[in-house]
Each structure stands twice: as C-alpha cells, then as structure tokens.
Ligand binder design. Structure first.
Ligand SMILES: [Zn+2]
Length: 462
C-alpha cells in the first residue's frame, strides 16, 4: 500500500480523534500490553494458541477493538470495554463453537476475545494506578494516552503495526444474542467495518507520527515519561499491567471451556500481599489499594462484603468501587475514608457475599495485607522509604536521534507488512541512524509532523 497525501491526512486526523476517551492506554500500547502478557503465560494450550502466527494479529486486533467503537462514534466502543460484553462473547463462543474449540473459527474468536478482554482490564488497571499517579506527580494526565503512544513507538518499537481484522457478522450476532447484557444496542456490520478501518488508520498514524510529539509530552509529563515502561515498583506501568492480563487470560481460558470457578478468579493486588511502607494520607493516590478478579463482579454486592480491617479485625470505614461506572468489572479499589494509622498492618478482604455477573458467590473470602509507612519522626522503625520523585525544574527529554527511528532490516514479524513501507512513502524523514534532524528537510513528513504537533497542542488547550 502506498499512501497518498489524502490518506496521510486522513490517518493523521484519525490519530487525533482516536481514542476519544481522554484517559486509558492508547491503541498501540494496548496491543503491546497483550504482546507482553503473552510472554508471561506459562507453556500450554493457551500460549500455543496465542503464539500461532495466524492468530498473533487477531489478538492484537481484539486489543484495539473496544476503541474502534469510539472511532466509529458508536456505543459499541464503550460497551465492549466491559465484562458484560466479555461474558456475552464467551457465551456466544460456547454456543456456536463449544463442541470443538480447536477449529480455526473457534481459535480466531478465542484469540480476539483475549485481545478484547486485555483491553478492558488494562484500562481499569492503568487508569486506577498509573494515570492516577500521573495526575498527582505531573499535574495533568489528560494527554497521557496519546503521549505514551509516542514514547512507546520511539523507545521500544513494539512492531505490532497491523491492519485490524474484525469478524463484524459475529459481533452483530453477539449483540443480537445477549441484549440484556449489552444495553439492547444493535450495531450493524457496516458500523464495525467503519471502526475497523478507522482504527487501522490510527495505528498507522501513530507509527508514522508518534515521534513528532515525543518531546512535547515528555516535557509536559516527565514522571509518566520516565516510568510508563518501568517493570518494577511502578504500579500500572505497561509491564505491570501485562502481569494482570496474563493472569486474566488463564481465567478466561477456563471460562471459555466452561470449567471456571469463582474460587480461582483472583488475579492479583496492588500493593502485593505483605507490602510495607503503604501510604497513609488519604489525599495521596498511593493510599488506594486494588484487588483484581477474572470475572465481572457485581458492584451492588460490595457493601459490607469488601472490607478494610485493622489489626484487631475491626472494620475501617472505607469505600470499595470500580474506577468507572460499570456495574460489573474486575478491579476493585479500596480506600479508607480517613488517613490510615502509621506503622500498622491492614487487611483488605473480599467476602463470600460478593457475587459475579451470573449471581454466583465467591466461595471463600480472598484477602491480602499491607503495612503502612512509619511516621516522619519514627522513620527508623520502618524499612527505608523509596526516594520521593521531584519534578525537574526544566524537564529535558533524553537525547536521541532526531526523527523517527529506522527499522532494522529483516526480522519483521507477522505484525508488520504494508505499514512499514507506508510510513516511508508518507515522507517521514528517514534519518534514524544518521543523527539527522527533523527540521533538515521541508519534506511533507516533517511538515505533517509539525502540523500534528500543532493540532495536538490545540487539542490540549481546548
Ligand atoms: Zn479503551
């Protein structure tokens, strides 16, 4: 595919409108989280399925599917972010392919389901942990989704540039089959096709132009820029989100085979069980704990059943909620109504009164504990606190070659085909290895890059 100027302009318009939700991960980040989660899966049937060269781009397409609804300006986008859709899709797969889940059709849908579910969970975990910290430490996270796409393609070249594949007819069927789960919404196949085309353009545009906003957003959000890919001790970074997705996929694998139990639904927590130096101040985002499950839990059953307990086992007044409004989701946030006590062990417990979307009850309570930090005048009684991050007075992105990094020849995987050539034909200055400068040419790519930067700024200040 050779892009002409009109197509480039369209793509570049698409990148500004997709994703429309001013939060959450961007679409290349979503595909990459799934790529990282795959590497974390234990050997076995599920890992084999998702590693199938025929299916790698299918789970990636599933990973961008929810946001394609925003691109198509259709309500399916929001609906497909949540467990009611995941539940409906699993039922559809079981009803239509349950007799033999090893057929190519069944494997396609399982891969696509894993992508869709990865997207939904990633948005919950990332927004609950990383975006909230970005707001606190960088002051504003409203451009974080777009920003991180630029940092990711420049710094990690995730090599997942795909032309998305959706089975629109099947999606129509899922919506038609489970209206009670899907808000009686009934999108048609043309709507899914619009979403598919738009999201594919947006992926191409991010690969082509992500580098143009690397510096601008780095300077705007230096904490996020230096932490979004840190694997250790950065809650909600892309690798950390992937650890939850890998656990979730294993529960989904059981669900799609009809062998799941709520007793094996627990995926993980933040902080980890037994953590120390937990924040006490309620006005700090670090004082919020999270516990995640692989089924859609019913928010209306949390009262009295999701509890924060002090060392005597007494209930500490706290709120338990999802980050957004869905009645059924996976990641429960628990935060005390007041500051916690210093140097004290607390327990978060999810009791047997909590039910899932099918009204099944959790068979055994699930709990984890953490210990709060010491008071400022008693710091010696606790392990050393991690160093506090201080915003640099004049944030400076790391030096790098100007322009879009050049892809090494060869070694391209299944995810890169038309796209990589397209970006070169689009006139992007191909100066990666040569220390060239993006301003060196009045090429259409550089001009478009500047325009993207300008438009992005305009969006930011509106
Ligand atoms: Zn999303």
């Amino acid at each position: 595919m050779v892009w002409n100027r009109l197509q480039v302009a369209l793509a570049f318009a698409a990148v500004l409108v997709v994703p429309l939700r001013a939060s959450a991960n961007g679409i290349v980040s979503h595909m990459h989280i799934s790529d990282l989660a795959l590497r974390r899966l234990p050997p076995g049937e599920l890992r084999d399925l998702l590693s199938d060269p025929e299916l790698v781009d299918i789970y990636r397409a599933g990973s961008v599917f929810p946001d394609s609804g925003y691109a198509a300006s259709d309500a399916y986008g929001e609906i497909c972010h949540w467990e009611p859709f995941t539940t409906a899709y699993i039922r559809w797969i079981r009803e239509n392919h349950g007799d033999d889940l090893t057929t190519p059709e069944a494997r396609f849908h399982i891969a696509f389901l894993m992508g869709q579910a990865s997207h939904g969970l990633a948005d919950q975990v990332f927004d609950s942990l990383f975006m909230a910290r970005t707001t606190q430490l960088d002051g504003d996270s409203s451009n974080l989704d777009t920003a991180a796409e630029g940092w990711l393609v420049v710094e990690h070249d995730p090599r997942n540039e795909i032309e998305a594949v959706f089975d629109g007819e099947a999606m129509v069927d899922v919506f038609a089959g489970y209206p009670e789960l899907l808000d009686d919404h009934d999108p048609d196949a043309a709507t899914f096709e619009t979403g598919r085309v738009q999201i594919s353009r947006a992926i191409g545009a991010i690969y082509a132009f992500g580098w143009t906003w690397y510096d601008m957003y780095w300077i705007e959000m230096p904490w996020a820029a230096t932490h979004y890919y840190e694997a250790d001790n950065v809650p909600g970074s892309l690798p950390h989100v992937a650890t939850f997705v890998a656990e979730y996929w294993q529960v989904l694998w059981e669900r799609v085979h009809g062998r799941d139990t709520l007793g094996e639904s627990f995926l993980g927590t933040w902080p980890e069980d037994g953590a120390v130096n937990f924040e006490t101040a309620r006005d700090r985002v670090e004082s919020r704990a999270m516990i995640v499950f692989g089924h859609g839990l019913d928010r209306s059953t949390f009262g009295g059943n999701v509890r924060l307990l002090d060392p005597e086992g007494a209930v500490v007044p706290a709120e338990a909620r999802f980050i957004y409004g869905s009645p059924f989701a996976n990641a429960i946030l628990v935060q005390a109504n007041d500051d916690l006590a210093y140097d004290t062990e607390y327990v978060v417990e999810v009791g047997t009164g909590v039910r899932d979307i099918d009204a099944r009850a959790i068979p055994e309570p699930v709990s984890f504990s953490f210990r709060t930090r010491c008071a400022p005048d008693r710091l010696g009684d606790c392990p050393p606190l991690p160093e506090e991050w201080v915003r640099p007075e004049d944030p400076m992105p790391p030096p790098r070659d100007a322009g879009r990094p050049r892809r090494p020849d060869g070694g391209t995987d299944a995810g890169i085909d038309a796209g990589s050539e397209a970006t070169i034909d689009a006139g992007t200055p191909d100066v990666g290895g040569g220390g060239g400068c993006a301003t060196s040419g009045a090429s259409s790519g550089a001009l478009l890059g500047l325009a993207v930067t300008w438009l992005a700024r305009r969006r930011r200040t509106r």
